[in-house]
Design a protein around this ligand. Structure first.
Ligand code: ADP
Ligand code: MG
Length: 259
């Protein structure tokens, strides 16, 4: 959150006002479907933005354009002021800078928890094994699963696996973390353990874009709620304003269904 920068954590970005992720007039089509329509979204360092909206409104696609899992048809996206690279080493570096946690726990099934977290630092960041192990253990500690390090993913609960997925993304020292409905595949009793880790990251100053319908998280951690509908950003508000007095009919209608 921008209000509580704690640079000592080592996770925070620096100046709070620099735009870290900028999407300007972004358009994208899937065939006939205009899935992103003139999207303008600027996220400053340390800011936590929650993206909310009906299924099919383009939330996942928006996230995927930021680490270039999807290309765009027009407009610009910059990270730290630089346009997203299209290929090569620069694209690999971008993928390290933009950590992503998806709905389904996408851990490597045949590698231990520790190896899952060490792999990126060793292969991509070229850390020595010992340093990668220390880093990974520190992050597993941080998300509360260090005691599971030698296990295989299938031996962990969904909530534990999702916390490992967060540790794995953090191991790349990302500038921004994208979360795409990180708790929607979890059993209800495991949702909070994942949200708690995300809230703590937010408090430590991580820049985050989070697609979620978890209002508790939005109220605790978000600086801003962005409401998407039919490929458009319809409303941008503080969580308090959005949840209590949504302006547009589309937002009112949506909130009426989820609340
Ligand atoms: P959300 O995450 O808000 O549910 P998505 O970004 O996943 O929405 O999808 C937005 C729309 O784009 C949906 O209608 C979906 O069916 C469509 N869509 C998503 N990915 C593709 C794709 N690769 N090809 C064609 N259509 C897609
Ligand atoms: Mg989605």
């Amino acid at each position: 959150m921008t209000t509580t920068p704690t640079p000592a954590s080592g996770i925070a970005g620096d100046a709070a006002s620099t735009p870290l992720v900028s999407m300007t007039d972004v358009n994208k089509h899937f065939g006939e479907l205009h899935v992103l329509q003139d999207i303008n979204l600027h996220v400053t360092k340390g800011e936590v933005v929650v993206v909310i909206g009906p299924s099919g409104s383009g939330k996942s696609t928006l996230c995927r354009t930021i680490n270039r899992l999807e290309t765009i048809d027009s407009g610009t996206i910059t990270l730290d002021g630089k346009p997203l690279p299209a290929e090569g080493k620069e694209l690999a570096a971008l993928r390290s800078d933009v950590g992503m946690v998806f709905q389904a726990f996408n851990l490597f099934a045949h590698k231990s928890i520790l190896d899952n977290v060490m792999l990126g630092p060793v292969k991509v960041r070229k850390l020595k094994k010992k340093d990668a192990r220390d880093l990974a253990m520190g992050l597993l500690e941080r998300v509360g699963v260090a005691n599971q390090a030698e296990k295989m993913p299938a031996q962990l609960s969904g909530g534990q696996q999702q916390r490992v997925a967060i540790a794995r993304a953090l191991a790349m020292r990302p500038k921004v973390m994208l979360f795409d409905e990180p708790t929607s595949a979890l059993d209800p009793e495991m949702i909070n353990e994942v949200l708690d880790v995300m809230v703590s990251l937010a408090h430590d100053g991580m820049t985050m874009i989070v697609v979620t319908h978890e209002m508790g998280f939005a109220r605790k951690a978000a600086d801003r709620v962005v409401f998407m509908s039919d490929g458009q950003i319809v409303e941008e508000e503080t969580p308090e304003a959005f949840f209590t007095t949504p302006k547009s009919d589309r937002a009112k209608d949506f909130l009426g269904k989820i609340l």
